[in-house]
Design a protein around this ligand. Structure first.
Ligand code: ADP
Ligand code: MG
Length: 626
């Protein structure tokens, strides 16, 4: 019998390898940027169209390639960076596998233009799906330009698998930022669909971070510096008071390579012990330099984990270095020399004692106390929509007739009760009984956490936080999708600072947020101006609310408008819901019960947790029977 095993043709092998190297446009961005860095460039320009789906072009002023190299670079395992296995342990370049370009050329249309300094003419070459289609001599500037077009043109399944432009572009920005942060001595520019998104001139570490994350970042940074035999640490951590619920800006670079490390993250968190508010995390931008032979760099091309020889020592050094820096910044103001004057405090502040800006948040703020927002929420949500609950009486009567949920006493209320119960069988059967007429008017709050009330079959216990989340969630969902909510005008507009990614999310969700009652006067390069707020949001809550919202949206990587709407409603409901530990007056408890059972799905919170449980008289009897 003849043999059945065959060697795969190169273009097929390359396509398979591409599956590992190139997952999405951002992977191409990373590989091309890293090649430009390795080529000794001082200026690198990234041009992206349609989040990289149509075009990713990287233009550098690095050392360029000869005619032969220009062709060779697309071969698999073709690299100028290592020659021997030992070279792996003395690696100073980003690439070394010689795989990236072969992979990219297998699944896209690639145009390469390159010229070395000493050559008069350069090479212009086109390769499509691993096949060279043209090669010319051309007059070119020094350096290299790779244009990668129509990614996955020959693998429709992969192309269809790509997420929305917003999501893919966010990944592109992530990679761009990581490479740019690791190389502050190189100038980087990013254009997306013709507009300049980043222009980062070469500068010091601090300037680079501030240029990427916005001017306000400067005041938050505490420098970190330590030099030992096994590691040299530089970079910054943020002051504890700027810690966020969101763990967005946390970066480790090891030998100028972005890495992720849960272990080192833990070391940083340990250094902040006792300094952070619950659930908050600091930002950090930490650069570790270790001897190349003490790490295992032979990692998967797309993975960012790394193995250290002596992880324990690194942990201890990192922790104590940061602890030391945090201790110092309070006492000695840290001077940073060549820093951009634009980033500094205004002139008139010079010499004056600077006070640390604090966000004033009243954590005990009780949204019921002021104007009974549940009530207004309930009436706003339900008053004008007959399709929602079909309750005409709610239209006339903005007062939440919560009693009607329990008993039917007068004909006027009968109508309300009846229709309210139609949506949820369980709700109806819970309260629809006149026998409990006397008892139901009582609600009790237990441990500032639960609301307990008698019902016909026994008792109901409601989780106040989850119940309120449900009420607010349905309200916001409705505002976003069906009707525009009213907003309260601010006397003094609020200016809030965000980084590019966060601003991109805000721009993306602007319409939905406006429907909830936000009014944005401006969405700028590094800040937004808020003119109006949803009626049940206090000014002091806005920054936390938006921070949590951005965090949630970042985590969720929303892909369709449905999930985005849903995420916004969920996030706002979670932020604004009355917390466990909040004392509620009897009236507030009643309003809550009323609003909950007027919901479409009263029995679960937006996060799918039960909002209430019932205990029947029989259950109680059984327990007493023992
Ligand atoms: P690796 O980076 O692992 O060596 P790549 O496939 O990314 O593999 O690149 C192959 C080779 O092409 C590199 O080793 C380098 O010699 C050359 N090359 C790639 N990009 C550039 C560039 N921008 N400037 C100069 N040479 C480049
Ligand atoms: Mg490379």
């Amino acid at each position: 019998m003849s043999s059945i095993i065959q060697l795969l043709p190169d273009h097929v092998a390359n396509q398979i390898a591409a599956g590992e190297v190139v997952q999405r446009p951002a992977s191409v961005v990373k590989e091309l940027l890293e090649n430009s860095v390795d080529a000794g460039s001082t200026e690198i320009k990234l041009i992206v169209k349609d989040a990289g789906k149509t075009l990713i072009q990287v233009i550098d002023n690095g050392k360029g390639m000869s005619v032969t190299d220009a062709r060779l670079c697309f071969e698999r395992h073709a690299t100028s960076k290592i020659r021997h296995a030992e070279d792996l342990f003395a690696l100073h370049t980003k690439g070394f596998r010689g795989e990236a370009l072969a992979s990219i050329a297998a699944i896209a249309h690639v145009e390469l233009k390159t010229r070395q300094e000493q050559d008069e003419l350069g090479t212009h070459l086109v390769i499509e799906g691993s096949k060279f289609t043209s090669q010319d001599v051309a007059v070119l500037p020094r350096g290299t330009s790779f244009a990668v077009k129509n990614l996955f043109f020959n693998i429709p399944a992969r192309r269809n698998f790509l997420k929305s432009d917003t999501v893919e572009f966010r990944h592109v920005i992530d990679e761009f930022e990581r490479v740019a942060m690791a190389h502050h001595n190189i100038g980087f520019i990013l254009y997306h669909n013709g507009s300049e998104m980043f222009n980062l001139p070469a500068g010091n570490q601090r300037q680079r971070i501030v240029n990427i994350f916005g001017g306000r970042t400067n005041e938050k940074l505490v420098p970190v510096k330590e030099s030992t035999e096994i590691v040299e640490i530089t970079g910054f951590v943020t002051k504890p008071e700027f810690a966020k619920k969101n763990k967005g800006e946390q970066f480790f670079f090891v030998n100028d390579r972005f890495i992720k490390s849960g272990y080192l993250h833990h070391a940083v968190m340990a250094a902040y012990e006792g300094l952070l508010k619950d659930g908050c995390q600091p930002g950090y931008y930490l650069y570790l330099d270790v001897p190349p032979n003490t790490i295992d760099i032979n990692i998967h091309p797309t993975k960012t984990e790394i193995k250290f020889d002596d992880e324990h020592a690194l942990y201890a050094i990192l922790r104590s270095t940061i602890k030391h820096s945090l201790g110092q910044f309070n006492i000695a103001p840290v001077l940073d020399f060549d820093r951009d004057a634009n980033l500094d405090t205004p002139y008139s502040y010079e010499g004056k004692e600077a006070s640390i800006p604090m966000v004033e948040v009243d954590r005990n703020y009780n949204p019921f106390a002021a104007e009974d927002p549940v009530k207004s929420a309930a009436s706003r949500s339900f008053s004008s929509s007959s399709s929602f609950s079909g309750v005409p009486a709610f239209k006339k009567d903005r007062q939440p007739s919560w009693e009607s949920l329990y008993i039917v006493t007068s004909p006027a209320q009968e109508e309300i009760a009846e229709i309210n119960f139609e949506s949820e069988e369980v709700t109806g059967s819970l309260f629809n009984d006149s026998e409990v007429e006397q008892a139901v008017y009582k609600t009790y709050q237990i441990h500032k956490k639960y609301i307990v009330s008698p019902i016909k079959s026994g008792m109901v216990i409601i989780d106040q936080k989850r119940a309120h989340q449900r009420v607010l969630y349905e309200q916001f969902l409705k505002n976003i999708t069906v009707q525009h909510a009213a907003s309260q005008q601010l006397l003094f507009p609020l200016v809030l600072h965000y980084n590019q990614q966060e601003l991109a999310i805000i721009t993306d969700t602007k319409e939905a947020l406006e429907n909830t009652g936000f009014v944005f006067a401006e969405i700028n390069n590094d800040h937004i101006v808020v003119n109006g707020l949803p009626v049940n949001v206090a000014e002091s809550e806005v920054s936390i609310l938006l921070e949590e919202l951005l965090n949630d949206l970042q985590q969720e990587v929303p892909d369709s408008s449905f999930s985005q709407t849903d995420s916004i409603a969920k996030s706002m409901a979670r932020s604004l819901a009355v917390k466990t530990g909040t004392q509620l007056t009897e009236k507030e408890q009643e309003t809550m019960v009323n609003a909950l059972f007027a919901c479409k799905e009263p029995d679960v919170s937006p996060f799918n947790k039960p909002t209430f449980i019932t205990i029947s008289v029989e259950d109680l009897d059984k327990r007493f029977a023992i």
